[in-house]
Design a protein. Structure first.
Length: 614
C-alpha cells in the first residue's frame, strides 16, 4: 500500500492516534474518544466521510484514511448492513460494489491486527452523490436573503459568495458556512452604499442551522468580512469568528451593540463607530464572546488615504502559535501601516495573545502585505508563523524576516522545492521597481531565485507541481514568459490559467482550476477535464470557487460552486481512480488552516505542508 506522511510534525503513530481522537480498546478493538496529549497538535476529529456514486457498473464507494489509522490498515465495506467485501480493502480507499442498486447506504470499518475497529462516530452513514462523466455532484439547497434598497434608492439582490467548512456539531462530518454578498458589494476604492452581509451555516442535506446578519455598519466587499471557521476551544465543534459592529444580529437574534446606530456616510463608507470581533457558536450562531476589534481605525488618514480605502483592508487566519492549539489571527492594513492581532478563544472568552504593529516594529514592515496571508510552520519549530506577503511574523508576534519587496496580489507557501529542507514561498509583486516574481526560503526570507522587474503590476501567479516532467513545483505568472522549474528556469509553455490548482485526476500533480472548469496541464496544450454546468464562479475577474477543500471521500479535493440561480451549492467530486493512498488533507495542519483562510480577500488555493510523492 502506498502511504505518505500527513505532515512533517506527525512524529509517532501513537501521537497521531490520540490527535485523531481515537484510541483502540485492547479487549474488543473498539475505538473511543480520547483527549489530546499535552503538546500534540489538535486536528479535526473526522468520520470516514463515506460517499457513494451510482454508475452503470455499480456503486463507487470512497472514504477517508485518517491520521490515527495504523500502518497496514485495511477496510471492510458494508451495504445496508451487509458486508460486501470478501477480503478487506487495502491501498487506495475506494471500492466498486459491482451491480449494486442506486440509493444503497454504506458504512466502512477499519481492520487492524485482524479485527474490525468501530468508528468513534456511531451514527456515521454514507453520502450519495449524483453520477456524471467527469465528476459526481451533490447539491446543498441554500436560501438567498431577501433583497432591498439602499438609502440612495438602489435596489439589490443577493449572490452566494465565499464559503468555508467546519464540523459545527461534532459528528465528524463537515458543514458549510456561506457568505452572501449583495449585488452592490464594493471594492474599498469604490464609493456607494451596499446591502447587508449575511453568513449562513448549512448541513450537507441543506438544513440551515442559522443566519447571521452583519448589519448596516459592516460594508460589503471582498476586503471587509473575512470569516474563520475552526474549533478554537478544542471541544470538537467549530466556532465561527468575524469582525462585527453595532447592529450585527446573531443566529439566535442577539443584537451586538446598538440596533439603531447608522455610521454610514454619504459615500457609503463606515468610518466611525465602534468595531468588534465576535466568536459565534457554530451550532446555533449565538454570539459567545465579543471584544473591541484590534487595532481600532483611529485617524482614517493615518492608514494612507482620507476617504476610507486603506483603513478597511482586513485579513484573517488561524494559526497554531503554540504548536498545539489554534489561535485566531486578525489584521488591518497592508499598503502602509500593518497591524496583526492574535487571539485565543478558551473557556468561552477571547483573550489577546499578542499584537504586531509596523509602527513599533519598524517602518520597514509597512507596506509589505498582500491581499491574502498564509499560515505555515515557516521556521520548522513546530509552531505556526504568519506569512504576510513580503514579510513573515513569528509565532510570538515578533518579526521573522522581510524581503522589502512590497505588496502583491498572489502568493503560495508550501514544500515547493522538495530537495531543499523546509518550506518555500512564491510571490508576485505589484511594485514596478521590484522583481516581477520570486521564490524565497520560508524560514529566512532569503531569495532563492527571482525574475527581473517587468516594470508593471504582475497581478497573477501560481506555484505548485502541475507537470510530472519536472520535479517539484512549477511556477508561472502573468508578466513572465513560460513555465519555471524549481531553479527559476523556463522549461516550456505557460498554463492557460493562473488561478487555483486542485488535486483531481488521481496522480501526484495538481490540475488547473479556473472559473467553472478544471484542466490538465500539457506541454503542447491543456486538456479539459471538467466543465461545470449551471454554476457560477465568484469575485469578478478573480473567478474563484466558493470553496476548494478535501471535504469527504479519499484525499482528492472537492470544489464548490453556487448554482446559477443561487439556490444551491453544488459540490463536485472526481470520478477518476487513483493508485495513491493518502491521509485526508484536512488532517494536515497547514492545509486545514489554509482552507480556513481561503476566503480571505483575494482567495488563493490551499497548500499542504508536504510535497505529494510521485
Amino acid at each position: 500500500m502506498r502511504r505518505f506522511a500527513v505532515s512533517r510534525r506527525l512524529v509517532v503513530a501513537a501521537a497521531a492516534v490520540v490527535a485523531a481522537g481515537l484510541v483502540p480498546a485492547p479487549a474488543t478493538g473498539a475505538v473511543v474518544p480520547a483527549a489530546p496529549l499535552s503538546g500534540t497538535p489538535q486536528i479535526d476529529k473526522l468520520n470516514r466521510g463515506v460517499v457513494s456514486v451510482h454508475t452503470a457498473q455499480g456503486n463507487r464507494v470512497s472514504w477517508r484514511l485518517l491520521a490515527g489509522d495504523p500502518a497496514g490498515v485495511a477496510f471492510t465495506v458494508y451495504r445496508d448492513g451487509t458486508r460486501v467485501t470478501a477480503t478487506p480493502v487495502s491501498g487506495p480507499t475506494s471500492f466498486l460494489d459491482a451491480g449494486a442498486p442506486a440509493g444503497a447506504r454504506y458504512t466502512v470499518r477499519a481492520v487492524a491486527g485482524g479485527s474490525e475497529v468501530m468508528s468513534a462516530f456511531a451514527a456515521e452513514d454514507s453520502l450519495t452523490l449524483d453520477s456524471g462523466v467527469a465528476a459526481s455532484t451533490r447539491d446543498i439547497p441554500i436560501q438567498p436573503p431577501a433583497g432591498g434598497t439602499t438609502p440612495s434608492g438602489e435596489a439589490y439582490t443577493y449572490t452566494a459568495n465565499d464559503a468555508s467548512a467546519g464540523d459545527l456539531d461534532g459528528d465528524g462530518q463537515y458543514e458549510i458556512v456561506l457568505k452572501w454578498d449583495p449585488t452592490n458589494a464594493k471594492d474599498n476604492s469604490q464609493s456607494g452604499y451596499t446591502g447587508n452581509v449575511y453568513i449562513d451555516a448549512y448541513r450537507l442535506d441543506g438544513t440551515r442551522l442559522w443566519r447571521i446578519d452583519l448589519g448596516r455598519n459592516i460594508r460589503a466587499g471582498a476586503h471587509y468580512t473575512q470569516f474563520q471557521v475552526f474549533d478554537y476551544d478544542g471541544d470538537g465543534r467549530a466556532e465561527v469568528a468575524m469582525k462585527t459592529a453595532d447592529g450585527t444580529r446573531s443566529g439566535t437574534g442577539q443584537v451586538i451593540g446598538s440596533a439603531s446606530a447608522d455610521y454610514r456616510n454619504s459615500s457609503g463608507y463606515v468610518l466611525s463607530g465602534p468595531e468588534f470581533l465576535t466568536v459565534f457558536n457554530g451550532q446555533t450562531g449565538a454570539a459567545m464572546s465579543t471584544v473591541n476589534y484590534d487595532p481600532p481605525r483611529g485617524t482614517v488618514s493615518s492608514w494612507g488615504d482620507s476617504y476610507g480605502n486603506r483603513v478597511d483592508r482586513f485579513l484573517a487566519g488561524t494559526a497554531y502559535l503554540d504548536g498545539s492549539r489554534p489561535s485566531l489571527i486578525m489584521s488591518r492594513g497592508y499598503y502602509t501601516r500593518t497591524v496583526i492581532a492574535a487571539w485565543d478563544f478558551r473557556n468561552g472568552a477571547l483573550t489577546k495573545r499578542w499584537t504586531f504593529d509596523s509602527n513599533s516594529a519598524g517602518s520597514q514592515y509597512a507596506g509589505q502585505g498582500n491581499h491574502q496571508l498564509a499560515i505555515a510552520d515557516a521556521d520548522g519549530d513546530g509552531r505556526d508563523e504568519i506569512v504576510f506577503g513580503a514579510m513573515a511574523v513569528d509565532d510570538n508576534g515578533s518579526p521573522l524576516w522581510n524581503t522589502r519587496n512590497g505588496h502583491g496580489d498572489a502568493m503560495h507557501v508550501g514544500d515547493l522545492i522538495p530537495t531543499r529542507p523546509g518550506l518555500e514561498e512564491f510571490k508576485v509583486d505589484e511594485d514596478k521597481s521590484k522583481p516581477a516574481a520570486w521564490m524565497a526560503d520560508a524560514r529566512t526570507g532569503q531569495i532563492i531565485w527571482q525574475n527581473a522587474s517587468c516594470n508593471c503590476d504582475n497581478g497573477r501567479g501560481v506555484s505548485d507541481d502541475i507537470y510530472a516532467g519536472s520535479p517539484g513545483a512549477e511556477s508561472w505568472s502573468s508578466a513572465v514568459s513560460g513555465l519555471l522549474n524549481t531553479s527559476g528556469q523556463n522549461i516550456g509553455r505557460k498554463p492557460s490559467s493562473a488561478n487555483f490548482v486542485i488535486y483531481w485526476d488521481g496522480d501526484a500533480q495538481r490540475e488547473l482550476l479556473d472559473g467553472t472548469h478544471i484542466d490538465k496541464y500539457g506541454t503542447s496544450g491543456d486538456t479539459r477535464l471538467l466543465t461545470a454546468s449551471d454554476v457560477h464562479s465568484n469575485n469578478g475577474t478573480k473567478s474563484t470557487p466558493s470553496l476548494q477543500a478535501d471535504l469527504f471521500g479519499d484525499w482528492r479535493e472537492e470544489v464548490v460552486w453556487p448554482t446559477s440561480d443561487n439556490r444551491a451549492l453544488r459540490i463536485y467530486s472526481t470520478t477518476d481512480a487513483t493508485s495513491i493512498s493518502h491521509v485526508s488533507l484536512m488532517q494536515d495542519r497547514q492545509y486545514r488552516t489554509a482552507v480556513a483562510w481561503q476566503n480571505t480577500a483575494y482567495n488563493q488555493p490551499p497548500h499542504p505542508s508536504f510535497a505529494l510523492a510521485r
